[in-house]
Design a protein around this ligand. Structure first.
Ligand code: SIN
Length: 327
């Protein structure tokens, strides 16, 4: 009994000393959107779950709205160890891998259910490893939603976009997509979009209902065409160095919390898209332009040839697998 007491006391002292001296592992989670979005809510949920389950061991600090890094800098910062997690849009990885350009192909996915089916497939899961050779680990996909086109004038058919300047994310596929309708694409950080629209330095942009609403683009864009022409989704990433240095038990708990947070973010994404669209309509600041099937076909005919330009870089088989997810 005395031996047991001594052992327990020693363990308690050792454990106590460890807890008292070791600082918690810090995970800075940097993102560019508002908190009231699927990504903002997912990141906050992740921080909450980790605080509940790993107090004193791991601490997640979330930096929304480009407070810490814009998406164009965050991956470099991650490789330098200045930030541990982020969830850039899949359009922002082209410097690191060409395969994720798949998600930018216009009119590839019919809806978010097809995106989900593809991401859950063997091919989609394999793409989470696309950044490994660059020292980054893909931890999971997160949904935002389908993109719409906002502009200073109504866009019904591709000819309406001729000569207009559109802000795009840093993606050559998106560049080609706007060139295909004789528009002028400009790669700019998300944090600059509102001002560019407000000052009329650009005529339009493409984004999800959630981003158009939460960043108030609808207040400076009188028309939003419900085009659903592409998808804006994310990959939650960390650096291989940070991830492998993490104690195995902690890593497994952190991953569990992250998976739950991602499931939560995905579960609210569709509802946010429809409530944010409704809030925009109710604001009467911007008119939602609904196009006919025939008008939509014109956009498809103009933009879909972009697929051929990128088929070699992305892989024709991967494009086929993604298309199959529409069935
Ligand atoms: C984001 O949703 O993370 C930003 C998207 C954009 O840059 O338009």
């Amino acid at each position: 009994m005395r031996l047991l007491t001594a052992a327990v006391t020693t363990m308690a002292l050792t454990f106590g000393a460890t807890v008292a001296t070791a600082a918690p592992v810090e995970i800075k989670f940097s993102h560019v959107v508002a908190e009231n979005t699927p990504k903002g809510q997912m990141a906050n949920k992740f921080a909450e779950l980790v605080a509940e389950r790993l107090p004193g061991q791991v601490e997640v600090k979330v930096f929304p709205s480009s407070q810490l890094f814009g998406d164009n800098k965050v991956l470099e910062a991650m490789l330098l160890g200045d930030v541990q997690m982020a969830a850039p849009s899949l359009s922002k990885f082209q410097k690191y891998t060409k395969s994720l350009q798949l998600f930018d192909l216009p009119f590839l996915f019919r809806d978010m259910a097809a995106v989900e089916r593809f991401q859950s497939s063997a091919e989609g899961q394999e793409m989470l490893k696309a950044l490994e050779s660059k020292g980054l680990v893909g931890l999971g996909y997160l949904h935002n939603g389908m993109k719409q086109l906002s502009a200073s004038t109504p866009l019904r058919v591709p000819a309406d976009a001729n000569g207009k300047k559109f802000r795009i994310m840093t993606s050559d596929v998106l560049h080609a997509q706007f060139e295909a309708v004789d528009a002028v694409p400009l790669k700019k950080p998300f944090s600059e979009v509102f001002t560019l629209l407000q000052t009329k330095a650009i005529d339009g942009q493409e984004n999800t209902w959630s981003n158009i609403y939460s960043k108030k683009f609808f207040e400076v864009q009188p028309y939003i065409t419900e085009s659903n022409h592409g998808v804006l989704d994310y990959m939650v990433v960390t650096s291989a160095e940070f991830w492998s240095d993490l104690d195995a038990d902690l890593r497994s708990e952190v991953k569990k919390a992250l998976d739950e947070a991602i499931a939560y973010g995905n579960s609210i994404a569709a509802e946010k898209a429809s409530s944010d669209k409704q809030a925009i309509i109710d604001s009467k600041r911007s008119e939602v332009v609904e196009i006919t099937d025939a008008e939509r076909e014109q956009w498809v005919a103009a933009m879909k040839p972009v697929w051929n330009q990128f088929a070699d870089e992305i892989g024709a088989d991967l494009i086929k697998a993604a298309e199959a997810a529409n069935q």
